[in-house]
Design a protein around this ligand. Structure first.
Ligand SMILES: C[S@@+](CC[C@H](N)C(=O)[O-])C[C@H]1O[C@@H](n2cnc3c(N)ncnc32)[C@H](O)[C@@H]1O
Length: 223
């Protein structure tokens, strides 16, 4: 998989920052009755996050516009919110306006953790990591978790209803913005059980895997 595709993916999300919430919330050009089954599964992830024990330090990877950063604020004293797209970081910061969140710009395909955290969280990111990059990415994410700390992943599963549409050429999609500009990005519906196996090999246990029709979450503790 080429570096150009990763660069295009980042450029797509940077440009999409201003319309991201609108599309995810099914308003604007995506207007229409939002599916109550999708909303219920989304709420299930939010509820699980709200039940997490309070932690001192959380690292959120690919934080985007802050849809999950705002949920994490309720269970974290401090959050480092990392993303590769400056426009995503700026949107997140403007929306949350919280002194508890520190922002960091980094390319997750080249990132090395600088510190360890009680909770490492990423939502709707792992489906943009191709299978060949999963071992390296998960190793870095695992290294950022403190001993006895937790990793929490949410995304769209393999075998689900593919809310984000079908995948072309194995691991790619074409996405189009309001402006009509098109970008190629990575999209993989990873089987959650395979992510679990890779985390087990990295020393994680105490797994909690929930898989719905649209979304899944996987929580695990570093042993
Ligand atoms: C589908 S969005 C998810 C955002 C947020 N987690 C959410 O669920 O709303 C994917 C995010 O990954 C970020 N991203 C894309 N490529 C990246 C890269 N190479 N390094 C870091 N972040 C990247 C995008 O900027 C975007 O914020």
């Amino acid at each position: 998989m080429s570096d150009d595709l990763f660069a295009q993916q980042l450029a797509y999300y940077n440009a999409r920052a201003r319309e991201y919430d609108e599309s995810v919330n099914q308003t604007g050009r995506f207007a229409g009755p939002s599916d109550p089954a999708v909303a219920a599964e989304w709420a299930q992830i939010q509820q699980r996050i709200a039940q997490l024990p309070q932690v001192d330090r959380t690292l959120e990877l690919a934080c985007g516009t802050g849809m999950w950063t705002q949920e994490l604020l309720a269970v974290s004293k401090h959050i480092t919110a990392l993303d590769g797209a400056p426009e995503m970081l700026a949107t997140n910061q403007a929306k949350l306006n919280s002194p508890l969140v520190r922002y960091q710009q980094a390319d997750l395909f080249a990132w090395q953790p600088e510190s360890q955290y009680d909770l490492v969280f990423f939502a709707f990111w792992i489906s943009h990591v191709p299978a060949e990059r999963m071992p390296a990415f998960l190793q870095q994410a695992a290294a950022a978790v403190k001993p006895a700390g937790r990793i929490f992943i949410a995304d769209e599963p393999a075998g689900g209803k593919q809310l984000s549409g079908p995948v072309e050429n194995g691991e790619e999609q074409t996405r189009t913005l309001h402006s009509g500009e098109s970008y190629r990005i990575v999209k993989v519906y990873h089987p959650p059980s395979e992510i679990q196996q890779q985390l087990a090999a990295l020393g994680f246990g105490d797994f909690e895997l929930w898989t719905g029709d649209y979304f899944f979450y996987l929580s695990a503790t570093k042993m």
